[in-house]
Structure formats: structure tokens, C-alpha cells
Design a protein around this ligand. Structure first.
Ligand code: BES
Ligand code: ZN
Ligand code: ZN
Length: 492
């Protein structure tokens, strides 16, 4: 689909759908709506009155124009209460237009850029395009591809002077979506096909970044004992340690390390999961997928910071050589870990990846991991948990999440629970004594491997995978945090 910004009068354009936004609240002037309404002999206003059309967010109504306009149909898209309006409203509107366009097999769609009465047109255009494209995503690796009916989507801004800025915003939305698509594809691919090697290959394919992949022998040489403890469970699919580096053209303002959990399948190991809990465990590399998704577009986003992505990729399986509960491992930073539960494997792989990243002395460390079921209990399926040692960095991430619609909620890195991780015979144990506060104790465990570096930890166990369709996010891997991290990088 070609997306272009057209400053000709939208009334003169022939198309299958002409989309126009409508707020619930009166008093938001929309000249687009009024002009269309007039040409349709007030049919829109009458229809809304008669049928009591509620302009709830993403509620739509399709009206055929029967020759009164060049457009074959007009689509009214609800924008809800103007008091509650934000970019998320526009994303949902974009998704609603896409759904309708697909349903009536539209070839050409024209739409106004909704929300411009309340926010800058380029921001609105970006959100509208994101909403459409994110909603359009299908995972088609194992089924016959269905071609998209829409060939062309024309965005009509009110004024021509913003055209260049809007075009830039559209391109940005397309780039961001591409990163999200890659992330979703990696997560949706079953674990048999998306094993550590496949993940390493996905990283190797990236453009515009320097890559380095370490194999088992190299990982042993590096003494990543915690990571290796987990990897021992999979002789069939050996581990890889993946690095990706982006360097801006000008001197980097800051250096940021982003570490993604890359457990390509989490059976639990000998502390094996029950069948139901294992069903979606191909998703346990969603943190790694987000990092790869981000690194796949970073050279086009051109942030002013240096970005390094790190992934300790492994499966967590059972095997004659697999680690056993009670084993003691020595992490890269020298700390010893008593493994009491092999299902708390994410923190073991992350420990070495964090310690490795920290040795390079970055200004910030951000890690992203499907780390704890407790985070699902605490925050449900749609909120990412955030913990860390630097409030400013966490506040920044939370603010970026508010912009992108990816909700982030902070939990405390509670001093009081530190003793929960004390072992009698090693520096640490990999699970807390108490079954409560699992997201917090997991983060406290990770804290041992970041030194004094400013650090934020994102627990995406909930929002990385959705069992049901969400507004602009089809069921499956969601690609969560790709856009938020991209937003963060752009703000330095
Ligand atoms: N990968 C899981 C966490 C998870 C659970 C992600 C559900 C997505 C959905 C992690 O490795 C794990 O199993 N964590 C255990 C830790 C426990 C043994 C301390 C958990 O959360 O139950
Ligand atoms: Zn686990
Ligand atoms: Zn896991």
C-alpha cells in the first residue's frame, strides 16, 4: 500500500472510502465533516441524530454516497470525548479505518488527518498511520498470504504548509511499524523454528548495525557460567550470545545498552512447567525480539546516541546434561548462584548479559524480559512493569510509554526484600524464599549484575503476547516496547 499526503481538496478525489473523524463533544469544529455533510445534503447529521450514532472511540459508520460525491462511501470514525483525546485515540481510529477498508475490499482510501484540532498534524498523522499498519499485521509464515486490497491511502491535511512534516511523520510511522512487525514475526514463529541459531541469524541479517555472534565455545571462554547453566539443558540447540551495535555519525551524546531476554522456549527445565503454562512459552524471547526489532530500524531513526543490543539466546529444556535444582553456577562477574528453581532461568541468562554489557561502561542499561508470572498477577496483561536504580531513566521510559500507548507501571526495588535472595552456600539463590513479590525479587536479583550503572528493567511477561485481538494489535506477539524504546532514543 502506498501512503501519500495529498493537499488537493479531498472532495475532488475519487476513492472507495472517504474517512472523517467525529468527536462526541459538540464544539470541536471539523470543516471536513461539515463540507462532506453539506455535499451529502445533511445526510450525515440526520443519520447521526436518527440512529443515535455514538462517536465512541473507533466506532464507525459507513454511508454510501450514491453519486453525491466522487467518493463511493463516507466512513465516520468516532473519536470519543475530546477531554480524553490523545494519540492513542488516533491509533485506534487508524485501525478502525483499516478494518473497514479490508471488509469492503477498498482499493483507494482517502482520509482526513484526525485530531488536528487538538494536536499537531504530524503527530496525528504518525499515530493514524501507526494504527492502520499495526492493525494490518498478519503472521503468514505458515499460511497462504492474503493480498491487501488497499493500493493507496491518501492523507489530506487541512493546510499545505505542513506537507513535508506530515510526510516525514508518515515515513517514521512506517519505519517504526517495520520494527514492530519484525519483533512480532520473531515471537510468533514457533520455538522449533525460532531457536537460538534462528535468533542469531535474524540479528545477523540486520542492516546499519555492527553484529557479533558468539558460539558455545566462545561463551564458555567468556565464563558466562549462569547463562551456560541454562544452556546445558539443550544439547540439540546450542546457545548464542548476540551483540548488535549502532554508532551515530556525529559523536554520541550517550551510550545505551539494551539487553533482551532470549529464551526461545521455556519448558521450565527440571522444575518443569505444567502443560497450560507452557503453551505460550515460545514468547519467552520477546525481550530479545524487541531488541532485534529496534536494532533493525535504528540506523534509519538516526538517534544521537550509541546503542548496543545484547541477547543471551538459549532454550530452557530438560536433558541428561541439564542443570538440576541445587546446582551452583558462577556468573561472569564472579558471583555464585544457587539454582533452586530451574524455571527461574531468565534471570540467569540476563545476569551474564547484564554483566557483559556493564563491563563496556555504558551510560545507561535497559533490560527487557518476559521475566515473571508475578508481573501478570500484579499488573495484568497490558501493563509493563518497570523497576530500577535510576528514577530519571524510569520516568523517561514511562513518559515515552504514555506517548506510544505502551503502558508502563513502576514497582519498587524494595530494600526490604533483598535478604530474600540470600543463600547459605552461595552469594545468591535464584528464587526468593517468599512466594510473594516475585517481580520485585527478580529485579533485585538482576541488580547484582549492573554495578552502579543507571539501570531500568522492563518486565513484559504480560503485554508481550496477547491471547485476543486488541485495538491495533492482532492476537499473538505484540511487539511491545519497540516503539517506546525508539521514542526514548529519539529524546536524547
Ligand atoms: N518465562 C517465565 C515468566 C513468564 C510467565 C513469562 C508467564 C510470560 C508468562 C519465567 O522464566 C518463569 O518461569 N518465572 C517463574 C519464576 C519463579 C520460578 C520464581 C514464574 O514466574 O513463575
Ligand atoms: Zn522460566
Ligand atoms: Zn522464562
Amino acid at each position: 500500500m502506498k501512503i501519500s499526503v495529498d493537499i488537493k481538496s479531498f472532495l475532488s478525489l475519487g476513492c472507495d472510502i472517504l474517512a472523517v473523524g467525529l468527536f462526541q463533544s459538540k464544539g470541536v469544529k471539523n470543516p471536513f465533516f461539515d463540507q462532506i455533510d453539506e455535499r451529502l445534503k445533511r445526510r450525515l447529521s440526520r443519520l447521526i441524530k436518527k440512529e443515535d450514532f455514538k462517536a465512541d472511540v473507533a466506532n464507525t459508520k459507513l454511508i454510501y454516497t450514491e453519486g453525491l460525491l466522487k467518493a463511493r462511501s463516507v466512513l465516520i470514525v468516532g473519536l470519543g470525548d475530546k477531554q480524553k483525546f490523545n494519540l492513542e485515540t488516533i491509533r485506534k481510529a487508524g485501525a478502525a479505518i483499516q478494518t473497514q477498508a479490508k471488509q469492503i475490499k477498498a482499493g483507494i482510501v482517502v482520509s482526513e488527518i484526525m485530531g488536528t484540532a487538538l494536536r499537531d498534524a504530524p503527530d496525528c498523522a504518525q499515530a493514524l498511520v501507526e494504527g492502520w499498519l499495526l492493525n494490518q499485521y498478519r503472521f503468514e509464515r505458515y499460511v497462504k498470504k492474503t493480498p491487501e486490497s488497499v493500493r493507496q491511502w491518501l492523507l489530506c491535511p487541512g493546510q499545505s504548509r505542513l506537507k513535508a512534516n506530515i510526510e516525514r511523520a508518515v515515513r517514521l510511522a512506517q519505519t517504526l511499524t517495520e520494527g514492530v512487525y519484525l519483533c512480532r514475526d520473531l515471537v510468533n514463529t514457533p520455538a522449533s523454528d525460532m531457536n537460538p541459531l534462528a535468533l542469531a541469524r535474524a540479528a545477523r541479517r540486520l542492516k546499519g548495525v555492527r553484529k557479533r555472534v558468539h558460539n558455545l565455545a566462545a561463551i564458555k571462554k567468556m565464563k558466562m557460567g549462569a547463562f551456560l547453566g541454562v544452556a546445558r539443558g539443550s544439547t540439540a540447540n546450542p546457545p548464542y550470545f548476540i551483540e548488535m551495535h549502532y554508532q551515530p555519525k556525529a559523536r554520541a551524546k550517550k551510550r545505551i545498552a539494551i539487553i533482551g531476554k532470549g529464551v526461545t522456549f521455556d519448558s521450565g527445565g527440571y522444575s518443569i512447567k505444567h502443560a497450560k503454562a507452557m503453551e505460550t512459552m515460545k514468547d519467552d524471547m520477546a525481550g530479545a525480539a524487541a531488541v532485534i526489532g529496534l536494532m533493525s530500524i535504528v540506523s534509519r531513526l538516526k538517534p544521537r546516541v550509541a546503542v548496543s543490543g545484547y541477547i543471551a539466546a538459549t532454550e530452557n529444556m530438560v536433558d541428561g546434561r541439564a542443570q538440576r535444582p541445587g546446582d551452583i553456577l558462577r556468573a561472569l562477574n564472579g558471583k555464585t548462584i544457587e539454582v533452586l528453581n530451574t524455571d527461574a532461568e531468565g534471570r540467569l541468562t540476563m545476569a551474564d548479559a547484564l554483566a557483559y554489557a556493564n563491563k563496556k561502561k555504558p551510560d545507561y542499561i535497559i533490560d527487557i524480559a518476559t521475566l515473571t508470572g508475578s508481573c501478570l498477577v500484579a499488573l495484568g496483561t497490558q501493563y509493563t512493569g518497570i523497576l530500577g536504580n535510576d528514577q530519571e531513566l524510569m520516568d523517561k521510559l514511562i513518559a515515552c510509554g504514555n506517548e506510544t500507548g505502551e503502558k508502563i507501571w513502576q514497582l519498587p526495588l524494595a530494600d526490604e526484600y533483598r535478604e530474600e535472595l540470600k543463600s547459605q552456600i552461595a552469594d545468591l539463590k535464584n528464587i526468593a524464599t517468599s512466594p510473594y513479590g516475585g517481580t520485585i525479587t527478580a529485579a533485585l536479583f538482576l541488580e547484582n549484575f549492573v554495578g552502579k550503572t543507571k539501570w531500568a528493567h522492563l518486565d513484559i511477561a504480560g503485554p508481550s503476547f496477547s491471547e485476543k485481538n486488541l485495538p491495533y494489535t492482532p492476537a499473538g506477539g505484540t511487539g511491545v516496547m519497540v516503539r517506546t524504546l525508539a521514542q526514548l532514543l529519539s529524546e536524547f
